[in-house]
Design a protein around this ligand. Structure first.
Ligand SMILES: Nc1ncnc2c1ncn2[C@@H]1O[C@H](COP(=O)(O)OP(=O)(O)O)[C@@H](O)[C@H]1O
Ligand SMILES: [Mg+2]
Length: 272
C-alpha cells in the first residue's frame, strides 16, 4: 500500500515545478522564499543556496540542533582521509547520495529543506557537482514544488545543483544596479547553461508606487508587483520566530500571495 502511494505521489509530480528566488544580498529573497512556503502548500522542497543560509532560521528551524548537515559539510568531510570508512569502497556517487539522504534533508509537515552550505573550496568539484545535480533532480521529482533560494548571478548555483527552472523570481531593490543585474540575467541564461521558463521581477519591500511607475521595463522579464513593507517581518526575524506564524492578513503575506497568483500559482489563500 505504501509503495503504491509513493508511486502515485511521484506520478502526480512527474516534473514538479522548479522555482528560483534570486537577487542581491539583503533584497529580501529568503523572506520571499519563506513566505512562498505557506502559500504553495503541498510541503515544497526548499534548497538554500544563499551563502548567509538564513532560510532555516526564517522558518523557525535550528539545523544544528536538529543534527542536519549542509551538503558542503558532507562533501568536505568526504575529502578527509578515512572519512566514512564504514561505507567501505562504495563509489563516491553512492556515498554522497547516501549521506545527503541520511543527514542533509530536514523534513517537516510544511516543508523539507536542503542547505548547500559554503565550504565549497579547493580542487575540482566537477564530479560532486554533477552528482549533486542528479541527487537534487531525482529528489525534486517527489515534490510538486522545488524552491531554490539563490544568490544573484546563478552561475555557481547552476553548476552545482540545478540547470532548469520553470520560474525565476528576481527580487529587485529600487536601484539602477538591480535592474541592470536583472537585465544581465535575461542575457546570460544561455551562456551559463540554464533553461529558464519565465523570468519574473519582484519589487522588494523598499519599492513604492512611484518606483513602480518610473521603472524602466526589462526586456525578457515580467514585473509581478512588490512585496509590501511589513514591520512584523523584521520583528519576527529579530525574535527568531517562524514567518509561517505571521498573521494571514499581514501585508507581506498578502502581497506575496498576489505576486504568486499573478505568476499563475494556485495559492491557498487567494487575494482579490
Ligand atoms: N517585506 C519586508 N518588510 C520589511 N522588512 C523586510 C521585508 N522583507 C525582508 N525584510 C528585511 O530585509 C532584510 C533582508 O531580508 P532577507 O530576506 O534576509 O534578504 P536576502 O535573503 O535577499 O539577503 C531582513 O532584515 C528582513 O527582515
Ligand atoms: Mg538570504
Amino acid at each position: 500500500m505504501t509503495d503504491l502511494m509513493n508511486i502515485q505521489t511521484i506520478q502526480e509530480h512527474p516534473m514538479g515545478k522548479t522555482m528560483i528566488t534570486t537577487g542581491r544580498g539583503g533584497t529580501g529573497k529568503s523572506t520571499f522564499s519563506a513566505l512562498c512556503v505557506r502559500h504553495l502548500g503541498d510541503s515544497p522542497l526548499l534548497i538554500d543556496a544563499d551563502p548567509d543560509q538564513s532560510l532555516a532560521a526564517l522558518l523557525g528551524v535550528d539545523l544544528a540542533a536538529e543534527n542536519i548537515n549542509s551538503i558542503s559539510d558532507v562533501l568536505y568531510k568526504l575529502q578527509q582521509p578515512d572519512a566514512f570508512s564504514e561505507l567501505g569502497t562504495m563509489p563516491l556517487v553512492h556515498k554522497m547520495e547516501y549521506l545527503v539522504n541520511l543527514s542533509c534533508l530536514y523534513e517537516s509537515e510544511q516543508f523539507d529543506l536542503l542547505t548547500l552550505g559554503v565550504k565549497w573550496t579547493r580542487g575540482c568539484y566537477c564530479q560532486p557537482n554533477n552528482t549533486l545535480q542528479n541527487i537534487a533532480s531525482s529528489l525534486a521529482e517527489g515534490y510538486r514544488y522545488t524552491l531554490l533560494d539563490a544568490p544573484a548571478g546563478l552561475e555557481h548555483v547552476n553548476r552545482r545543483i540545478m540547470t532548469r527552472a520553470d520560474d525565476v523570481f528576481v527580487l529587485i531593490d529600487p536601484s539602477a544596479k538591480a535592474l541592470r543585474n536583472a537585465q544581465r540575467l535575461t542575457e546570460i541564461a544561455d551562456t551559463i547553461g540554464m533553461t529558464i521558463g519565465n523570468l519574473y521581477l519582484v519589487g522588494n519591500y523598499r519599492f513604492t508606487e512611484e518606483t513602480e511607475q518610473s521603472m524602466e521595463p526589462v526586456e525578457g522579464a515580467t514585473y509581478l508587483g512588490r512585496v509590501a513593507h511589513d514591520e512584523a517581518v523584521q520583528t519576527y526575524d529579530w525574535e527568531g520566530r517562524s514567518l509561517l506564524e505571521l498573521p494571514k492578513d499581514s501585508p507581506a503575506v498578502l502581497s506575496v500571495a498576489a505576486i504568486l497568483q499573478k505568476a499563475g500559482y494556485e495559492v491557498r489563500q487567494p487575494v482579490e
